[in-house]
Ligand binder design. Sequence first.
Ligand SMILES: Cc1cc2nc3c(=O)[nH]c(=O)nc-3n(C[C@H](O)[C@H](O)[C@H](O)COP(=O)(O)OP(=O)(O)OC[C@H]3O[C@@H](n4cnc5c(N)ncnc54)[C@H](O)[C@@H]3O)c2cc1C
Length: 411
Amino acid sequence: MMMSFGLREENRALLQRVSDMIRDEIMPLEDEYQAEINKGDRWQYTARQAEILEGLKAQAKAAGLWNFWLTDSSKGFGLTTVEYAYLAEEMGKTPLGAEIFNCSAPDTGNMEVFERYGTKKMKEQWLAPLLDGQIRSAYLMTEPDVASSDATNVAMSCVRDGDDYVLNGEKWWSSGAGDPRCKVYIVMVKTGGDEQPKHKRQSMIVVPADAPGIEILRPMQVYGHDDAPHGHMHIRFTDVRVPAENILLGEGRGFEIAQGRLGPGRIHHCMRAIGQAESALEQMCKRSMQREAFGKKLAQLGANFDIIAECRMEIEMARLLCLKAAWYMDQGDARAAAPWISQIKVVAPRVALKVIDEAVQMFGGQGVSQDTPLATAWTHVRTLRLADGPDAVHRRQVARAELKKHTQEKV
Ligand SMILES: Cc1cc2nc3c(=O)[nH]c(=O)nc-3n(C[C@H](O)[C@H](O)[C@H](O)COP(=O)(O)OP(=O)(O)OC[C@H]3O[C@@H](n4cnc5c(N)ncnc54)[C@H](O)[C@@H]3O)c2cc1C
């Protein structure tokens, strides 16, 4: 079968325009934007912070650079997942990149869920403002009290009471729920008991972020950083009541929806991580030619030549694997694509972490400081080895597919 990892002619200019906007308009404002976060209440936007963010979003929207992730939809650009992957790589090069083009996690996955499984009312109430970039959303699956890498453990109680469902329990690591613009949650809950088959016990339900009974307990910190104003929140639900029509597809359909939601999101995360690796390699190369020690440029000392070469080769391998996984997704068989997505979900963060770490080393003390984006990039990519499934769970998927291929045995 012929595999194509390229961009169609008509989409090459699009990639260039995104890349130009990131370099010329977004990156020059990053430092000022980050500095604004530390002024006053870190969980609210300062006037200047909002001006930068909304100004850049308006600019992108006016230029038609908006919602690229709607890959197979008539509303979007009709990009393939392979084509979108190139854009995601560019957007990964700067922390603001994805949001400026309305392509950030977890909103893209949530919008996809609303688009595919939402009722007309949900589309009007939530999908329309999300597509427009007016509000943000969060996806709440992980719970403090159960091993959530196995989603059959999800235990938040969701009980039918007349025309409503009533939710009780706790979620944590709810990314984006700290943002004052976050107005809606898609929540994985338990609706079925032991009498139901294992993968029919969980459901997804839509909950407005301001529903009575919702309490944000605290922001979780990543290596000491709270990631404000986005945040990864620990949230308690006490008798939170939502109309029964808020359940997506019906009771017991949570896994079906989760599979559809997480596949593309993982590819996007991986390509953004590759973008971060590219950016780190560029910084490493520039630094190694600017600075001298022992009478030579850093690049010419010790193993630094080899380190630069190894980083380049690993990035290329990771990108090709990511494009192959994206290509499998484009063939429309999620089951066949799954082991490829799992492979890249392990490989991309690993490679990006290695490259960023080598860049940190080349920068010396400054590499771990606030004076380069490298330290933050490292902590961000490190979390990707957990978020959307820890490495071990993805390796399990890869091994199961491999064993089945060679032995026809299901393990
Ligand atoms: C920054 C960040 C953002 C996040 N954002 C979100 C979000 O927006 N929404 C959300 O719902 N969740 C989010 N998460 C949570 C993330 O998805 C979970 O942490 C992850 O799924 C693992 O679940 P757990 O933490 O309960 O770990 P556990 O399930 O307890 O697993 C812990 C460890 O056990 C081992 N393990 C588990 N299964 C296997 C296996 N099959 N084989 C071998 N070893 C295994 C692995 O080493 C694994 O890392 C986020 C996490 C982080 C760090």
